[in-house]
Design a protein around this ligand. Structure first.
Ligand code: BTN
Length: 166
């Protein structure tokens, strides 16, 4: 069989194939770099600060997605002196997703309240990690008739205090 010949004025077939595969590679690279398709993995482990000025430190995430850490809130709904408090949580899809969801509970050591946070660890458009969370703060009440006013809800956004490499 004789090799395919190009029509007069057209590039040879091999050049066309090369140009097409280069274009496909370029498009694939652009798609991977697009926001929402970042190859960088968002890691929970480390030190974080939120929009209220609260600090938290999350330890290593184990192979079941479990982690623990400490939370130092900048604000309180009580008149008590603030103390650093423990947190316990889990991350979903530890191996699959680059922007995982998670949840954790803070058992406040200076009050009888409990807060649960749930959120997602994102890589923003500047390549920075950000934790977008919502929380429920349950305060203690003496009377069951006060139950209706015992839970606050809100949003917190956390950014990394120090990079993992430091
Ligand atoms: C309390 O006041 O009883 C305990 C401290 C609650 C602090 C809340 S939890 C949700 C919000 N985000 C913070 O960083 N601090 C407040």
């Amino acid at each position: 069989m004789s090799p395919a010949r190009s029509a007069p004025g057209c590039p040879p077939a091999a050049d066309m194939v090369h140009a097409t595969s280069s274009l496909l590679l370029l498009l694939l690279s652009l798609a991977l770099l697009a926001p929402g398709h970042s190859a960088k993995k968002c890691l929970l482990t480390g030190k974080w600060i939120n929009d209220l000025g609260s600090n938290m430190t999350i330890g290593a995430v184990n192979n079941r997605g479990e982690f623990s850490g400490t939370y130092h809130t900048a604000v309180t709904a009580t008149s008590n002196d603030i103390k650093e408090s423990p947190l316990y949580g889990t991350q979903n899809n530890i191996n699959k997703k680059t922007q995982p969801t998670f949840g954790f509970t803070v058992n406040w050591k200076f009050s009888e309240s409990t807060t649960v946070f749930t959120g997602q660890c994102f890589i923003d458009r500047n390549g920075k990690e950000v934790l977008k969370t919502m929380w429920l703060l349950r305060s203690i009440v003496d009377d069951i008739n006060d139950d209706w006013k015992a839970t606050r809800v809100g949003i917190n956004v956390f950014t990394r205090l120090r990079s993992v490499k430091e």
